[in-house]
Write a protein that binds this ligand. Structure first.
Ligand SMILES: [Zn+2]
Length: 252
C-alpha cells in the first residue's frame, strides 16, 4: 500500500509525554497499524489514554488505521470532553496497585492511607508486568516502557519525582480520596492489620511501651506490632498534610 499521513491531536496533560511539546503530531505510515501502536510510538503509554476519536467517532486500542486519518487522543479526567462516557478506555476505581522498585516512599504513603500496594524493591520488570496483569493491579511507575506492555491493562505514569506529589497524583487519578482507611495496613508488607491483646505482643515491646500503651495491632503477615507511639504522631501529621492538600480539590 502507498504511504499515508495521519494527524494525531493529544489533549490535556498528554502533552507531558510528547518530546515535541506540540499537541498535534503528524506521522507517516506505510502499513496498517493499530491506533495503540501509533499512540505509543509518540511516547504516550496506552494506560494514560481514556478516549480515542477517529474522525470524531470513538474507537478502542485495537482499531486499525489504514488510510489518512485525524485522531484525537484524550487523557483520563479530561475536562475538555464530557460525551462518550461508555467509550472510555480506563477504569478509574481501581483499588489495587503494584509499584515499581524506585517508589518506596510513595508505597509507604499509600499503605499508610490503607491502599493495597504490592511492592518488591528488587522485582524485575517482567515480574511487575505479570503481577499487574494476573492480579488486575494498576502498575505505578516512572518507566513508560513498562506501561506500554500490551498485557498491562491499568497503570499510571507518575509525573512528579516528589513522594508527596506522587501520592496526591494517585489519589486523584484513582479517586481514592473517599476510600482512605489510615492505619489499617502494614507499612512493611501490605497485609491488613489485626487488633492484638497486650499480652500477645508483650515480648516484642520496649520497657516504656509496656508501661504507657494498652492498644496494639499486629501484622499477621510479618509480625510487626503497631501502637500509637511517637512514630504514630509523625505518620498522623503526614496523613493530615495529604488530606489538607486534597481538600478543596475536585477529585471526583
Ligand atoms: Zn507486615
Amino acid at each position: 500500500m502507498s504511504p499515508f499521513t495521519i494527524r494525531l491531536t493529544f489533549h490535556g496533560d498528554l502533552l507531558f509525554f510528547l518530546s515535541s511539546k506540540v499537541s498535534t503530531v503528524e506521522r507517516r505510515l506505510s502499513e496498517k497499524t493499530s491506533v495503540k501502536d501509533v499512540i505509543e510510538a509518540c511516547g504516550v503509554p496506552h494506560t494514560e489514554v481514556d478516549l480515542i476519536l477517529a474522525k470524531g467517532q470513538p474507537v478502542d486500542f485495537a482499531f486499525v488505521i489504514g488510510c489518512e486519518s485525524a485522531i484525537d487522543v484524550y487523557p483520563v479526567g479530561s475536562r475538555g470532553i464530557t460525551s462518550f462516557a461508555e467509550n472510555r478506555l480506563q477504569v478509574r476505581d481501581i483499588r489495587k496497585f503494584v509499584a515499581d522498585g524506585h517508589l518506596g516512599k510513595l508505597v509507604r504513603d499509600l499503605r499508610l492511607l490503607g491502599a493495597d500496594v504490592t511492592y518488591d524493591p528488587v522485582a524485575e520488570d517482567r515480574h511487575l508486568v505479570m503481577i499487574a496483569s494476573s492480579e488486575n493491579r494498576a502498575l505505578l511507575t516512572r518507566d513508560r516502557r513498562l506501561l506500554m506492555h500490551a498485557i498491562v491493562r491499568h497503570g499510571y505514569y507518575l509525573r512528579s519525582q516528589d513522594p508527596l506529589e506522587q501520592t496526591l497524583e494517585i489519589l486523584r487519578r484513582f479517586n481514592l480520596g473517599s476510600a482512605l482507611a489510615p492505619f489499617t495496613r502494614c507499612l512493611r508488607c501490605n497485609t491488613l492489620l489485626e487488633p492484638a491483646k497486650k499480652a500477645e505482643v508483650f515480648d516484642q515491646l520496649e520497657p516504656l511501651t509496656r508501661i504507657y500503651y494498652e492498644q496494639f495491632r499486629r501484622c499477621p503477615g510479618c509480625g510487626q506490632v503497631y501502637w500509637s507511639g511517637s512514630h504514630f504522631a509523625k505518620l498522623q501529621k503526614r496523613i493530615e498534610t495529604i488530606r489538607s492538600r486534597l481538600i478543596g480539590e475536585d477529585i471526583s
